[in-house]
Every structure is written in C-alpha cells, then in structure tokens.
Write a protein that binds this ligand. Structure first.
Ligand code: BES
Ligand code: MN
Ligand code: MN
Length: 464
C-alpha cells in the first residue's frame, strides 16, 4: 500500500482534532442523566463514518442506547470485514483525581508518551481506538486502496454489558454477515513490543444485599446482640477466598481449563518485568492465587473481586449506628469453558448458604458474558501479524488479556466468525481510571497498521 504514512502525516492535526471533538461529548452509558449526550455521540459517530466513505450509515434504535451501523460494499464477491467498537465510556468519577476535566481533552507528554497523549475519558477505551478504524477507512478510500467490503457496528452500551446488542446481532445476522470481525478495544504489551490479543476473560457481575434488623439501630443499645449486616457482609466476602487465594465457591473451578506446561512456558516468554509492574503501581508486593505468575493470574485464571461496598454511616464525623443493610458489587472474571450463567447461580446458592441466621441475603445478577480464545492459525490472525510486522518491524506476540468484551463470544456463536483483537492501548493508559489517556504514537500507529490488515486479509483469502 502506498502513501498511507504520508497521508497520515499530512492530516495528522485534523485526525487529532476530530477525535478531540468526539471526546468532548460525555457519552456515559451507565448514567441516564447523560442519555442525550450518548445520543449526540452516536450521531457524531455516524457523521464521521459517512465522511470517511461509508455509503450507507444508520442509527439503529434499541431498548437502550442506539447502535451506529455503517457499510461500504465495493464488490460482494470480495471479503467483508466487520469492525466492532463502542462509543460509550465509563463514568469519570472520582472527578477530584483528574488533573484536567475528563471531557475537556488536552494533549500532554508523559515518560511513556514523549510525543504526547490525549487525556480524556474514552481516549483509549474506546473512542480513540474505534476512531482509528474510521480514519483507516478514510485513508483507504481517499487513496483508492480499499481492498474489500467493510461494515461498522459501533455500540453505545459496551460499558454496561451490551445487553441490547445481543438481540440486535441475533435479529440482523444477514446484515452483519462477514468473513472476519476486527476490534481495537484491547491493549498491547509495550510501544516497542507489539502484541495481538488472543483471549478475553468472561464475566459475571452481581450485586449483593445483606439485611439484618428492620431498621438502623443504636450501636450501643443493640450492639453485640444482633448481627451487624456490615460485619457479616465483610466476613462473608472474606470467606470467598482461601489461604491460597483460591475461590471457595463449590464447583467454581470445575470447568476451568488448565494450560499445559508447554503453553505456560510459551506465555512466560512474553517480556515482563515484575519490578517495573510493582513500581508503576507503587506496591511492594503482588498478590494472587498461589502457584501462578502475575501474567497468569490476570489472564488464564478466574478471579472474584469486590468493586464497591457500602452501608451505614460514611459522612463526616461519627455516628453510632448498626445499619439495617449492607451492599456490595462483585465481579468474577472467568476463563474459557466456564459458563457465566452457571457461575452466577453457583455464586448465588453459595452466598445465600453462608449467611448466618438472623441475616437475609439477596443476590441480583447484573450482566455477564463468556470468555473467548482466538486461534492463531487462521488467516485473520496471520493478516494482523503481517500488518504489525510491517509497521513495528517486529512480529507481534500473541497474548491473552484479562479484560472482557462479552459480545465477542456471542459473535462467534451467532455470526460464526472469528474476532481479531488488534489493540493499541497500553496498561498504563489508565482506562476506567482518572486521567485516562491514549498516546499519539499509538493512535497513528493504529491508523497505519489497520489498512495493512485489510490488504493481507484479502491476499490470504484469495490463496485459500
Ligand atoms: N475495552 C475494555 C476491555 C478490555 C480492555 C479488554 C483492555 C482487554 C484489554 C472494555 O471496554 C471493558 O471495559 N469491558 C468491561 C466489561 C463490560 C461488560 C463492562 C471490563 O472488562 O470490565
Ligand atoms: Mn472498551
Ligand atoms: Mn471499558
């Protein structure tokens, strides 16, 4: 492909400014106060797709936030790539920890990003990465090098579980028909260590409510004589891990796939510095399931984590009270073969069983999804690998990620196609955290690498 780099060079500033405009709209899918902004972001995304060269763009209503669909079909005999991404973002709080407002993007240089990085909620997850695909289309279109058909499906509910996308995919199989699915919503090992994500963990997310007495009580008059829901909840949560940091829910590990020592040795070859890892997080030790390395703990092993816990008095000063209720939000990251619905019910049965008398428990499932592993012997993976090799000068390393994109397993089930995860973010980009950012180097490298994926995918498709 010719002229890609020079096209990027010529239009660099505009590519950054267009992304900044998108980042200014607070498309927080979890908070209904932002519904209008979510809709505005869908409209802006649709407009950009049209501008980049899609022949047909539509905003598809759902029961929740809309899905933006766009396509450019140049020849039905050629392969079709379906690009998936999301335009919604995580809530930015706690706001006080941001060095600049989350929806007023600014470019700053950091040690890891000496060429600058855009700081804003969604910069990396996923507006920045999704927009690389829009710009890649613009380039291929403008330089007359589009080698195949492209469909875009950009949703607005990824950060809240993609519940409405499930029906959309099931109802529009024909419209979404494709030869491979391409997603940039993951990361890479380091700027000079390109990698392709070959696995995602599944997820089961639940909320628990623990109730004791029918009202909040004076902690002197009643303390010691009735079960305190907060004490009990924390005790119940603590009991969910044993001394080896394994999860104690009966049956939890039954379907977990144990990797062979050969596969584990292969994984261990990926460059990783435990010292640098600890330093970056300012911790003096890592923590996790005995018998597994840090990289294994956060990719091939399942987990259980409390994401939030509340109850009782948390205001200024002290109030002597035994609250009637205590709550927690709990996520379990799952590995392939573990079924998220089955794990959710194992959790529910166990959590209800361990509650002492005098306490009632309510477990409410939020959402979930299956894990995913993509084989590396298909032409999609090979095309991606060749594309990275061209732009980074190095063969990318296959890497299983700890994060989840629950819809990917459903794509395989319903659309019967494999997903290639070409992520360009770094772990240090602080996605979901205050001061999320996306390096300009990564942004432009992504825009440069994506067109090559299309080129190699079409070439390899011809040879089979
Ligand atoms: N893009 C992330 C997932 C991700 C990030 C995967 C980095 C691999 C590497 C996605 O937006 C996300 O945050 N997913 C959620 C799950 C969702 C159901 C809320 C997650 O993993 O917590
Ligand atoms: Mn994402
Ligand atoms: Mn996310």
């Amino acid at each position: 492909m010719t002229g890609i780099k020079s096209y990027i060079d010529t239009h660099k500033n505009r590519f950054v400014n267009e992304l900044i405009e998108l980042l200014k709209i607070p498309s927080i899918s979890a908070d209904s106060a932002y519904n209008n902004d979510v809709l505005k972001t869908a409209e802006a995304t649709a407009k950009e797709l049209k501008k980049a060269g899609c022949q047909h763009v539509e905003i598809c209503e759902t029961k929740g936030h809309p899905i933006v669909y766009g396509e450019i079909i140049i020849d039905t005999k050629l392969p079709t790539v379906l690009v998936y991404g999301h335009y919604d973002v995580q809530p930015p709080d706690p706001l006080s920890l941001w060095n600049s407002p989350p929806f007023e993007p600014i470019i700053k240089c950091t040690d890891i990003h000496p060429d600058g990085a855009i700081f804003a909620r969604g910069a990396c997850d996923d507006k920045g990465q999704m927009f690389m695909h829009v710009k890649a289309l613009e380039i291929m279109n403008q330089t007359n090098q589009l080698p195949c058909n492209i469909k875009f499906m950009i949703e607005g509910e990824e950060e809240v579980g993609s519940n409405n996308l499930v029906d959309f995919v099931k109802e529009h199989k024909k419209k979404l028909n494709n030869d491979v699915i391409l997603i940039s919503d993951t990361g890479m090992i380091a700027k000079d260590v390109p990698s392709i994500t070959t696995g995602l963990r599944g997820l089961s997310y639940v909320e628990v409510e623990v109730t004791g007495p029918n009202r909040d009580l004076h902690s002197g008059l009643y303390g010691g004589a009735v079960a305190n829901p907060i004490n009990i909840l924390t005790k119940m949560i603590a009991s969910l891990h044993d001394d080896n940091n394994r999860i104690t829910i009966p049956g939890f590990y039954d379907k977990v796939e144990e990797l062979s020592s050969q596969e584990r040795n292969e994984m261990a070859k990926a460059p990783f510095s435990l010292d640098a890892y600890k330093k970056a997080l300012n911790i003096n030790a890592v923590y996790g399931e005995n018998g597994y390395t840090t990289n294994e703990r956060n990719s091939i092993r399942p987990t259980l984590d409390v994401n939030g816990i509340w109850g009782g008095y948390t205001g200024e000063g002290a109030k002597t009270v035994i609250a009637s209720k205590a709550f927690a939000k709990i996520s379990m990251r799952l590995v392939p073969n573990q079924d998220w619905q089955e794990i959710t019910s194992l959790f529910k049965v166990h959590f209800e069983a361990i509650a002492p008398e005098g306490i009632s428990v309510k477990v409410t499932p939020h959402h979930g999804g299956q894990g995913y592993v993509t084989p590396i012997n298909n032409i999609g993976y090979k095309a991606a690998s060749m594309a990275y090799e061209d732009t980074f000068g190095k063969k990318p390393i296959p890497q299983r990620s700890g994060g989840s994109i629950p819809i990917v397993a459903l794509f395989e089930q319903e659309l019967k196609s494999k997903t290639i995860l070409m992520g360009f973010g770094l772990d240090s980009d602080a996605i979901h955290s205050p001061n999320e950012h996306f390096g300009l180097f990564n942004y432009f490298k992504g825009i440069e690498t994506i067109p090559l994926f299309y080129k190699y995918f079409v070439e390899l498709s011809k040879s089979i």
